[in-house]
Design a protein around this ligand. Sequence first.
Ligand code: NAI
Length: 462
Amino acid sequence: MAKYDVIVIGAGPGGYVCAIRCAQLGLKTACVEGRETLGGTCLNIGCIPSKALLHASHQLHEARHNFAKMGLKGESPLVDWAQMQAYKEDVISQNTKGIAFLFKKNKIDWLKGWASIPQAGKVNVDDEVHEAKNIIIASGSEPSILPGITIDEKVVVTSEGALSLPKVPKKMVVIGAGVIGLELGSVYARLGSKVSVIEFLDHITPGMDAEVSRQFRRLLQKQGLSFTLGAAVQKVEATKTSAKVTYKLLKDNSAASVDADVVLVATGRKPYTDGLGLEALGVEMSAHGQIKTNGNWATNVKGIYAIGDCIDGPMLAHKAEDEGMAAAEEVAGKHGHVNYGVIPGVIYTHPEVASVGETEESLKAAGCACKIGKFAFMGNGRAKANFAADGFVKILADQNTDRILGAHIIGPMAGDLIHEICVAMEFGASAQDLALTCHAHPTYSEAVREAALACGDGAIHA
Ligand code: NAI
């Protein structure tokens, strides 16, 4: 039985990053993970495999819609689903093996199995007991399923099943127009499925800047996705090969139903803490099942910390990673820091959608006067050359100080472009600081600068 300075529970992006930082800081570290491979939901059944399918299906879209326009003629590629799945599995394997390599390099012990905490300072992994001065819980989240729905991961699936369907369905119904529903819905729409999205709210992507959300819906509709908004799904009845989704339209309480070969349930996720024994330990939990932590990621039980999806805040891999590094620093006697005001959110559809900080709506609600600088990719030469001129950059800056308060991008590489604004916000920059920074031509990044210029005397190419 080894004695550790830290045992991290869970090897998702929060847990494995935390373990690596602990080891780098000189702590004897182990990480418990029950899956066959490291990387958690994100690498095995989430972010990474979905990006492989998004990439492959986007290439198909380009081939079918834009190649001929550029003078690239010939037969359009056909979908070899088995090969696309093999490509996705290979991408997963390269990434999960990469984490195993990093564990070895940093001398982190992988305790393979499922953990429980009998008392502070002890972690049981299946039948073995391990001792640790500190325990950091990074146990992640799981899909939150509506009552009246039974998941079989074949016909009625979560994101996990949707990544490994036996074939491309003819008709798919997606319940929930959030990040998962729209990313995976667009994969299947591009591959030829008829995709209908049913959403409870009267708009898609809750919490997103309203203008971006409207434009996003229009663009997705152009790609063939259809939306039923203001509809509460009541039940899903499935056979072995099809399902019927019944919903209620909120405007008049009328009921309706729709049939599909596959139903993707993407109605959010909830913290996963099953089997850890937290109740017996007296770890305080929120009403939503999150582990309560203080500003230093410590729970109310001494020596037990928690990070990532199982605590409060957005369920994002990069938020978990940041918390993982910060908690490691706390445990090592340093001071960890996460700026929750500057956490970007990205939807990896085409175009991508990215946001950081305040929205126009949140500023209005807070009574904060702001300037809005907007620039459409239509005025960006690179975007036009690449058939990527849909969308815009929107920067919100304080009316008096010009300090950047938030930014929202719908357009090409939005998920990468947003980071320039994140760095600017970390440094408390003004829109003018961005506007005065020379941006290489021709790049998509020029659209960010133009939006910053639009907060002042005006964009040049608008
Ligand atoms: P979500 O919270 O983003 O969206 C769920 C949607 O389902 C909401 O719009 C909600 O109004 C709707 N809904 C709930 N009940 C309904 C009902 N009865 N009928 C119809 N619609 C209903 O959740 P999602 O997409 O499942 O994602 C879960 C988590 O995973 C999120 O926190 C997300 O941020 C994270 N994630 C992030 C990704 C990224 O950063 N690219 C990718 C995938 C997931």
